[in-house]
Write a protein that binds this ligand. Structure first.
Ligand SMILES: Nc1ncnc2c1ncn2[C@@H]1O[C@H](COP(=O)(O)OP(=O)(O)OP(=O)(O)O)[C@@H](O)[C@H]1O
Length: 878
């Protein structure tokens, strides 16, 4: 297929230039090349023919240039001095392409040889068969189409118009010629031109050219489309985006052209996937956004904002940072369940059910044991919510009928129910969170939990303003979005641990707005900046203690106390709820484990001592896991070697599974001089006993206090000491009224210590216990170890009421105390709050005065009073 073999002077064309037959190129050449060509021109009467060879890869520092194996024989039409004849390239050469050539041996040159005229052997390949008529016509049509597009946009419109008219009238026999001429004239890329140059077969070449024309036409179309939306007032940044978009369009076109029809692959070389189609995904998202905006209630504020943001979005080029910000905002705005646009039917159907309250009661009972007070309060709450919602809905339906008569398009107002905000307060693990989720189930509403523990920044609740990078709405709006309905139950967990006023704002003040039924129908999230109606949301808060909750916040809530469980309740909870839950979690069932009641009791008393049931659940979990391993090993053994699997877990097995009981040591405590058990409530709302230890040592008549004591408890200790000193003679501690028991008979110091020194302790309630401890120390009498006490004392010897009685009594019961000394005024707390089984299990002494307290602690008549006491009878009547 080759023809004659000739030697031609080689002219390497600077990258990315390609000379096609019938094309024209001007370039600067070196002195050596120019001089040689000049001598050839002078010597010959014929036109000088050269081989114009494209450089595929230009030379870099280390590598030589790579030249194409094909090129064009070209006629030198002009050779003259360049503008700057002192440069390295003093000649200006113009050549016109004649025909395709092929270099059978290739041409290898170093970078330096590019400036030296070398000769190369070339062949003139025959052009092959005449192209089919269809191909010719396709090429012509593509050319006309391209010229049409070019004539509508960009520079040189006139030129393209004239060319188009010329091409329209051209004969099929000249299409092959036209293909080369046009490929040279249009703005094609290097690779495209090289491919056209290298494709010898005319039919194939025309197809390549046609594809090129189609591609360029669509690029031109995309460009003109983009150009039409580009405002003349583009900022520099916008221009950059415009160019990027152009680039993206070009790349897309190139991708679609380069895609092999037979072996279509995805981005990763795998078969095509919808994940690769980014543009389609983008278009889908935008369409969805539009649909959601259209679905928003007409004339609502959120819709107005959404529409104006949508318009802004359309003006800003996609791919820009601003565009992404607006889209994220719109996605948030449209994904919130706006009360006006959300159907309330599901909630109403649940409420309309005549069995609603009894079903709710059943649900609460099925999920939780005990908690009667809370359940009662929740049922009251549900009854009120139901009454109000149904009444409000009937009103709104009436309004709707009226509006339909007036044919107004504005929807009726959404009924608003202002319910109380419940605040569950109690120690950890007492079921505050879980009972709220069962309330949500009873109401048939979504349940969302917002954990406020450690929230220091107001923005976490209210959101960041949109001006911040990566800003997003606050937790309230996020919960609303997750719930997908405007009337979820939102649990504000650990409200006592939310931060107070600091330089990030005041998160508890932000909660005020959320929880205030008067304000929360127009809650304004900083990010959304549109009023969000929270009036249908049922907020329930939980806290471990009330102390750290800000008073205004507390004022908005109705407090419901949970004070921890008795042993009996824990046993029920363990067997009915925790054990089945752990069995299910560990892939077993009741046929695999039987935990005997004594074993459960041992776990409850020996391994856990908490108000709630979390550690109990963990301990049961450990037992279940232990048995699960045993069961699995048993199953994996060979049939005959199978060791017997024991499904019963008895009290005696527990030590092997859970280790030595944590609280057993305390069972063998013995009474000691100067030691008395007081009662405390920890910061987590958990009651427990607290030993008060005293000892005497040689000294200077001082009292030393240790154990992280706060100011109030320190004052209590000096009060107790003063009382004991005042009554030392009557108590037969001293033999003379004027003697100080710290100085006579010996000069001593007293050390009063409250163990668990790392925990801060404060409050006045240890007064009575301190007096007993000091009396025990001075008299040598001991207080029995099963007595615990609490009560504030006054200088006159009165015992004043204290708080947290339920927690303290339950704590004492857990610690195995049998008698509790309490202030007289706290009788009602014991009557109301203490469960029957605890009351039956313990003895209560209610005392009005310190001396009554001493009798109760040491036993009647044990303390050796000198004469009848009159302290509680003398009352000032001033
Ligand atoms: N009365 C009960 N009946 C059945 N299960 C209970 C009961 N009380 C608590 N539980 C279980 O104890 C676990 C802990 O309860 P939950 O998480 O509600 O405690 P909480 O009071 O919210 O604690 P925290 O104050 O630490 O948040 C849950 O698995 C719950 O189901």
């Amino acid at each position: 297929m080759t023809s004659s073999n000739t030697l031609l002077p080689a002219i390497p064309l600077p990258h990315p230039q390609v000379l096609l037959p019938n094309g024209r190129i001007s370039l600067l050449v070196s002195r050596n090349v120019g001089d040689h060509l000049l001598s050839l021109v002078e010597e010959s009467s014929e036109p000088v023919i050269v081989a114009a060879i494209p450089i595929v890869t230009p030379p870099t520092g280390a590598s030589d240039p790579v030249l194409s194996e094909c090129g064009a024989a070209a006629r030198v039409v002009r050779l003259g001095p360049s503008q700057n004849d002192h440069s390295e390239h003093p000649y200006h050469l113009t050549i016109v392409g004649l025909t395709r050539i092929h270099l059978p041996h290739g041409l290898r040159l170093t970078a330096a040889q590019l400036d030296v005229l070398t000769h190369c052997a070339v062949e003139y390949p025959p052009s092959g068969a005449i192209p089919s008529r269809t191909t010719l016509e396709n090429t012509k049509a593509a050319a006309v189409n391209l010229l049409d597009k070019l004539s509508k946009s960009g520079p040189r419109k006139e030129y393209w118009v004239r060319m188009m008219h010329f091409v329209e009238g051209i004969d099929n026999s000249r299409i092959v010629w036209l293909a080369d001429v046009m490929a040279s004239a249009v703005d094609a890329e290097f690779n495209d031109r090289l491919e056209i140059l290298a494709t010898i077969d005319t039919e194939a070449r025309l197809k390549v050219v046609t594809q090129l024309f189609v591609k360029l036409a669509s690029i031109s179309e995309v460009s003109s489309k983009i150009a039409s939306v580009v405002d003349e007032t583009f900022s520099k940044q916008q221009k950059e985006h415009f160019l990027r978009q152009k680039l993206a369009a070009i790349q897309k076109e190139l991708q679609s052209l380069n895609r092999q029809p037979k072996f279509v692959t995805g981005a990763s070389g795998n078969p095509p996937s919808e994940l690769d189609d980014e543009d389609q995904a983008d278009a889908d998202d935008v369409a969805q956004l539009r649909q959601k905006i259209e679905a928003m209630t007409k004339d609502s504020e959120e819709r107005k904002v959404a529409v104006s943001e949508w318009r802004r979005l359309k003006r800003i080029p996609s791919g820009s940072a601003e565009n992404a910000v607006i889209r994220t905002y719109l996605e948030w705005l449209t994904s919130i369940p706006w009360p006006s646009s959300s159907p309330r039917l599901t909630a109403l159907e649940v409420l309309r059910d005549r069995q609603f309250l009894s079903k709710a009661r059943k649900q609460l009972d099925a999920d939780h044991y005990g908690l009667d007070k809370i359940k009662k309060r929740l049922i009251e709450y549900l009854a009120i919510v139901r009454l109000k919602e149904l009444a409000a809905y009937a009103e709104s339906e009436k309004a709707l009928v009226l509006r339909m008569d007036n044919t107004s398009s504005v929807p009726p107002p959404v009924p608003r129910v202002k319910g109380p905000i419940l605040l569950f307060v109690g120690p950890p693990g007492t079921g505050k969170t879980s009972i709220t989720s069962s309330l949500a189930r009873a109401l048939g509403r979504p349940f969302e939990r917002i954990s406020l523990g450690g929230v220091r920044d107001e923005a976490e609740i209210r959101g960041h303003r949109r001006t911040y990078v990566a800003s997003c709405p606050g937790s309230i709006v996020q919960a609303l979005k997750k719930a997908g309905r405007p009337d979820p139950i939102i649990l504000l967990d650990e409200i006592d641990k939310v931060g107070h006023n600091n330089f990030h704002g005041d998160p508890s003040a932000a909660l005020l707005e959320v929880l205030d039924p008067e304000q929360n129908h127009t809650f304004r999230d900083h990010y959304l900046n549109v009023p969000v109606d929270l009036s249908q949301v049922l907020f329930i808060c939980t806290a471990n203690s009330l102390e750290s909750i800000s008073p205004p916040l507390l004022d908005r809530c109705e407090v419901v106390h949970l004070s921890g469980y008795t042993y009996d309740e824990k046993l029920h909870i363990a067997s009915r709820f925790l054990l089945p839950k752990q069995l299910e979690a560990n892939g077993l069932d009741s046929s695999h484990i039987a935990l005997s009641e004594p074993a459960l009791l041992q776990i409850v008393t020996g391994y856990t001592r908490e108000a709630g049931v979390r550690s109990l659940e963990r301990a049961i979990g450990s037992v279940v896991r232990y048995k699960a391993v045993e069961w699995a090993e048993h199953n994996d053994q060979d049939g005959d070697k199978l060791p017997a699997y024991q499904k019963e877990v008895g009290e005696e097995d527990l030590e092997g599974i859970l280790g030595i009981p944590r609280y057993e040591g305390e069972k063998d405590r013995s009474p000691k001089r100067g030691l008395v058990y007081g009662l405390v409530v920890s910061g987590l709302g958990e009651g427990s006993v607290l030993p008060i230890e005293t000892c005497a040592m040689p000294g200077k008549g001082d009292i030393q206090l240790t154990g992280s004591l706060g100011d109030v408890i320190k004052e209590s200790s000096s009060l107790a000491l003063s009382w004991v000193k005042t009554h030392a003679y009557n108590l037969r501690i001293t033999s003379n009224r004027s003697e100080d028991p710290l100085k006579v008979p010996n000069l001593i110091d007293i050390h009063l210590h409250l163990p668990a020194g790392a925990q801060k302790k404060d409050g006045p309630s240890a007064g009575i216990a301190m007096v007993c401890a000091l009396v025990s120390l001075f008299t040598g009498l001991c207080v029995p170890i099963d007595i615990a006490m609490t009560g504030e004392i006054t200088l006159r010897g009165r015992v004043e009421p204290v708080g947290g009685i339920k927690e303290k009594v339950l704590g004492a019961h857990r610690a195995g105390m049998k008698k509790v000394i309490l202030p007289w005024a706290n009788r009602k707390d014991v009557d109301h709050d203490i469960p029957r089984e605890v009351k039956d299990d313990m003895q209560f002494f209610f005392v009005k005065t310190v001396s009554e307290g001493l009798d109760a602690a040491f036993g009647k008549g044990v303390v050796p009073w000198r004469r009848p006491r009159t302290d509680f009878m003398i009352e000032s009547r001033l």
